[in-house]
Design a protein around this ligand. Structure first.
Ligand code: SAH
Length: 215
């Protein structure tokens, strides 16, 4: 029986040394969420290696350094209204839910019903009760719960989806990988009273965002 707690601590310490994990809140959230319970049995032994893993139906759970980078950049605080597009395994949603600390709300949209069902059950079983998993095309956002303080897209889009920007509050932030099907740039989009700005956080590789304002 592998010592997953020890492996998790070792991975997070490595991410801290690399300067990817910086804040105590993100460190604590990554320490608390058991990544090995979000991946299929066949790859459980690899859960604390810093690489993406298959979660079925051609989709992947992002590598830990990518989850750490996005979570640090998004700066989620208790009380915020957060949208994730691309629930996948539900792991990133669990990390965000720890950061919300029971205050605020988190909606995560998944296009593939089987993945959404699995993630919903897993999140409930593990006690992440404040996460709402919904099935739909997240390239159009989730209007019924908008506006959002934070939006995180964990699939690669051909451009910044317009609905996601319009569903963002003034003062809000959107993280979205934008580019080709095989390679993207991670953009941090910020909405202020003066308008919308964006900057690149570097090159990334995500599965495609499939939908009306995606591929
Ligand atoms: N955040 C996930 C990893 C996401 S992989 C995790 O922590 O495990 C990207 C996911 O986005 C896949 O599950 C894919 O099915 C989903 N996806 C792709 N296009 C989508 C869309 N338009 N709306 C919602 N989900 C989408």
């Amino acid at each position: 029986m592998a010592d997953f707690d020890w492996q998790r601590r070792r991975l997070i310490t490595q991410l801290e040394r690399q300067g990817i994990v910086r804040s105590p809140a993100v460190r604590d959230a990554l320490m608390r969420v058991p990544r090995h319970l979000f991946v299929p049995d066949e790859v459980r032994q690899n859960a604390y290696e810093d690489c993406p893993l298959p979660v079925g139906l051609g989709q992947t759970i992002s590598a830990p350094h990518m989850v750490a980078l996005m979570t640090e950049s998004l700066d989620v605080k208790p009380g915020q209204n957060v949208l994730e597009v691309g629930c996948g395994s539900g792991y990133q949603a669990a990390v965000l839910s720890v950061l919300l600390n029971g205050e605020g709300s988190l909606v995560t949209v998944e296009r593939i019903p089987e993945l959404a069902d699995l993630a919903r059950k897993r999140l409930a079983d593990l006690g992440y009760g404040n996460v709402k998993v919904v099935v739909g095309d997240g390239s159009l956002g989730w209007p019924s719960d908008a506006p959002f303080d934070r939006v995180l897209v964990t699939a690669g889009a051909p451009g910044v989806p317009v609905a996601l920007v319009s569903q963002l509050k003034v003062g809000g932030m959107l993280l979205v990988p934008v580019g080709g099907r095989g390679f993207q740039e991670l953009f941090l989009v910020e909405k202020s009273g003066a308008g919308v700005s964006r900057r690149s956080l570097g090159g990334v590789v995500f599965v495609p965002l499939v939908g009306e304002d995606g591929w």
